[in-house]
Write a protein that binds this ligand. Structure first.
Ligand code: AMP
Ligand code: TRP
Length: 342
């Protein structure tokens, strides 16, 4: 069976964007692939994390996977730091990757910003650790958002260069499985910004653990415009929403897109349903749907994080299974490189 590897960083609260853009799709993929889902805590510490919050966020991401329906019998769920093979292989990749490649990474430039000299060296070599995550399992398919595409290209380059330098056919060339753009969820306060864990305004996002009242309040206050809702006439011949159209009313299309994603309906169906209506009625329907979908998941997450024993047990078993897969691969890579194991 084809093997999937993906990861989410335990930094801050998980929100609707993480659910629709990642976690929900992880659940769907488990039926067709052999899946490994990681909580990438070593990636998280490339920028400062409060230790207690890091522990809590690690359990929260694992709880989100479980509550959303990732089956721990079928998939491996674990946190990265518990499997030493990731860091061991990352070191080898630090020696394979060229500085020129890392200098092109847009995520580093964004995260380091103007204070490049103050960024950690871990943040700079972040993509090498990500390549190690994937290649330690010889994973072939990696579901990620559009923003991670460049890191996957680097993973392919690292695998090719390793194979070429050592004259082997050892690491596979990975296929990105770019998750659907329809699931790009924008901030509830500003349709031009992505919904994000790092947005200082909590009103900008629906957290996966928000209760019905919070969901209702945030949707009621979500930014809209003064027009009525558009109809299917705005779609192109393929039934897709043209980028220009979206940009003209970003908040309206964001809410409609969220409704489409949560209800598994097409743009045409959703626009047909609400054409010419005011936002007030639509927001009520959207609230009911969001509460119906997120409510039970959020409650289950709260229950699990309230009793960390269960989550910790899953992570421990997951780490043992992951270690059994990754360690032999990394030992073989070390042999190829000539690292002696007397
Ligand atoms: P992050 O929150 O950046 O660590 O991302 C974790 C996962 O959630 C990645 O696969 C992202 O692509 C996805 N994700 C994060 N924010 C959004 C968003 N606003 N819309 C859709 N997907 C998202
Ligand atoms: N860099 C990814 C993100 O920020 C998280 C990640 C780390 C990852 N290692 C991975 C994703 C390996 C896929 C495969 O979203």
């Amino acid at each position: 069976m084809k093997r999937i590897f993906s990861g989410v960083q335990p930094t801050g609260f998980l929100h609707l964007g993480n659910y629709l853009g990642a976690v929900r799709q992880f659940v769907a993929l488990q039926h067709d692939y052999d899946c490994i889902y990681c909580v990438v805590d070593l990636h998280a510490i490339t920028v400062w994390q409060d230790p207690a919050e890091l522990r809590a966020a690690t359990r929260q991401v694992a709880a989100a996977y479980l509550a959303a329906g990732v089956d721990p019998q079928r998939c491996i769920i674990f946190n990265q730091s518990q499997v030493p093979a990731h860091a061991e292989l990352a070191w080898i990749f630090n020696c394979v990757t060229r500085l020129g490649w890392l200098n092109r990474m847009t995520q580093f430039k964004e995260k380091a910003g103007k204070h490049r000299e103050q960024a950690s060296s871990g943040l700079y070599v972040y993509p090498n650790l990500m390549a190690a995550d994937i290649l330690a399992y010889k994973a072939t398919h990696v579901p990620v958002g559009e923003d991670q595409k460049q890191h996957l290209e680097l993973t392919r380059d690292v695998a090719s260069k390793f194979n070429f330098d050592y004259g082997v056919e050892f690491f596979p060339v990975v296929e990105p499985l770019i998750l659907s753009a329809a699931a790009r969820v924008m901030s509830l306060r500003d349709g031009a910004k992505k919904m994000s864990k790092s947005d200082p305004s909590d009103a900008s996002r629906l957290n996966m653990t928000d209760g019905p009242d919070e969901i209702a309040q945030k949707i009621r206050r979500a930014k809209t415009d003064s027009e009525m809702l558009p109809g299917p006439g705005v779609l192109d011949a393929q039934g897709a929403l043209p980028e220009e159209t979206r940009k003209a009313r970003p908040e309206a299309y964001n809410l409609l897109g969220i409704y489409a994603a949560l209800s598994d309906k097409s743009w045409a169906e959703v626009l047909g349903e609400f054409e010419g209506q005011p936002f007030s009625h639509f927001k009520q329907v959207l609230t009911d749907l969001a509460v119906a979908v997120l409510g039970p998941i959020g409650e289950e997450m709260q229950r699990m994080t309230g009793d960390p024993g269960y989550v910790d047990g899953i992570l421990k078993t997951g780490a043992e299974k992951a270690d059994a897969l990754a360690t032999p691969v990394v030992r073989e890579a070390q042999d190829i490189v000539g690292l002696l194991r007397p």
